[in-house]
Design a protein around this ligand. Structure first.
Ligand SMILES: Cc1cc2nc3c(=O)[nH]c(=O)nc-3n(C[C@H](O)[C@H](O)[C@H](O)COP(=O)(O)OP(=O)(O)OC[C@H]3O[C@@H](n4cnc5c(N)ncnc54)[C@H](O)[C@@H]3O)c2cc1C
Ligand code: SF4
Length: 321
């Protein structure tokens, strides 16, 4: 680890200003400290953003809930009102890592975490994501990589919250320069599809301030994942779903897969096809077919297709029970 200076920011504006000269934001530090130890990041200055005013609260309201960037995942998972209104989000937070990690990890850090690709995390390998010429995963060990492999970097988004918040139609407010800007969840990750160097669409000085989730009357949500271990590990595949269920029929359904693409993966055609449907095994299976239609498994990750199919069916079934 190289020496660095450390400062605790008191306002979003000063945090952004401080990060300008090779600084990095640090919240819980779970992801960033790993990168520092592995020499993947060598900032001159760590800008602690954890005590910024107004970033540690969960604020319910009739039309939308506001979740501060520094709310911990443990607080999200345990919040009684949130578990009732957005169960899918509480479930996604509760599945992250271990209790010790959830006590420290923050919403902002979880959304902005970097790739877990083992080639990227190896200090001596310079792949596309680090400005090199090759994606070593494409012809190499790609067991944990993307199923939707049209992007040049095959490292999938692994943030549980990204998947759950996409299903809930959330947006993210960031401090960008002197002003706040609002990004949809799709905008927050679209650069990771287009640009192999990007983990998400945030610039180094974009500071996540809060997440806003529309409160839709009668909407249900859920989150499911499958992994090699039941704890202390990322999902092999995850699935979040949200819908209004009226008289047994699905409305405004959103089904989103995680760990299968550099972005949270949803297919508009599948969501539209579910509109007004009564859920049966055939309907769920057809939705899964549509969502997975463009999957292009790599040499070692075809096992993700049946996992994703099963998760879509189970998530939809959980919504209507
Ligand atoms: C063993 C292990 C298992 C894990 N399993 C899972 C899992 O199952 N699911 C999952 O989702 N995650 C998992 N994680 C990842 C973990 O959840 C994240 O590392 C953690 O949530 C990051 O939060 P943090 O507050 O510690 O972020 P930090 O490490 O402080 O920051 C992470 C990144 O976000 C940036 N950042 C921090 N705050 C902000 C902000 N407000 N605005 C903009 N950028 C910011 C930092 O500069 C850094 O690049 C796992 C991690 C480990 C080590
Ligand atoms: S998947 Fe992305 S991070 Fe992994 S080797 Fe390829 S370019 Fe690098």
């Amino acid at each position: 680890m190289k020496p660095f200076a450390y400062v605790i920011a008191q306002t979003p504006e000063s945090a952004v200003e401080l990060a300008r000269n090779q600084g990095r934001f640090i919240a819980g530090g779970i992801d960033l400290l790993g990168e520092l130890k592995e020499h993947l990041a060598e900032p001159k200055l760590l800008v602690n953003v954890k005590v910024l005013p107004g970033t540690q609260e969960i604020t319910p309201a009739a039309d939308r809930w506001v979740i501060g960037a520094n709310v911990t995942l443990a607080a999200l998972a345990a919040h009684a009102g949130l578990r009732q209104t957005f169960p899918g989000l509480a479930e996604a937070a509760g599945e992250v890592g271990s209790p010790q990690m959830r006590n420290i990890a923050t919403v902002g850090g979880n959304l902005a975490q970097h790739s877990r690709c083992w080639y990227y995390r190896h200090r001596d390998i310079r792949c596309l994501k680090k400005g090199g010429a090759t994606c070593y995963a494409r012809e190499g060990e790609n067991k944990y990589h993307s199923l939707f492999s049209g992007a040049t970097c095959l490292s999938p988004v692994v943030s549980n919250l990204a998947v759950a918040l996409t299903a809930l139609g959330a947006s993210v407010v960031v401090q960008r320069g002197a002003k706040p800007a609002t990004l949809t969840m799709a905008q927050l990750y679209e650069s990771a599809w287009e640009n192999p160097r990007a983990h998400h669409s945030l610039k180094p000085t974009d500071l996540i301030l809060r997440v806003e989730i529309p409160a839709v009357a009668g909407r249900r949500s859920t989150y499911l994942q499958m992994g090699e271990k039941s704890g202390f590990d990322w999902a092999l595949v995850s699935c979040a779903a949200a819908a209004r269920v009226e008289g047994g029929t699905l409305h405004d359904t959103r089904v989103v897969l995680g760990a299968v693409a550099p972005i949270p993966w949803q297919v508009d055609e599948a969501n539209a096809w579910l509109e007004g449907k009564v859920l049966t095994d055939e309907v769920a299976a057809q939705a899964a077919n549509l969502i997975l239609r463009d999957a292009e498994p790599l040499a070692h990750n075809a096992y993700k297709v049946p996992l994703a199919r099963a998760l879509v069916r189970r998530a939809l079934a959980k919504l209507v029970t």
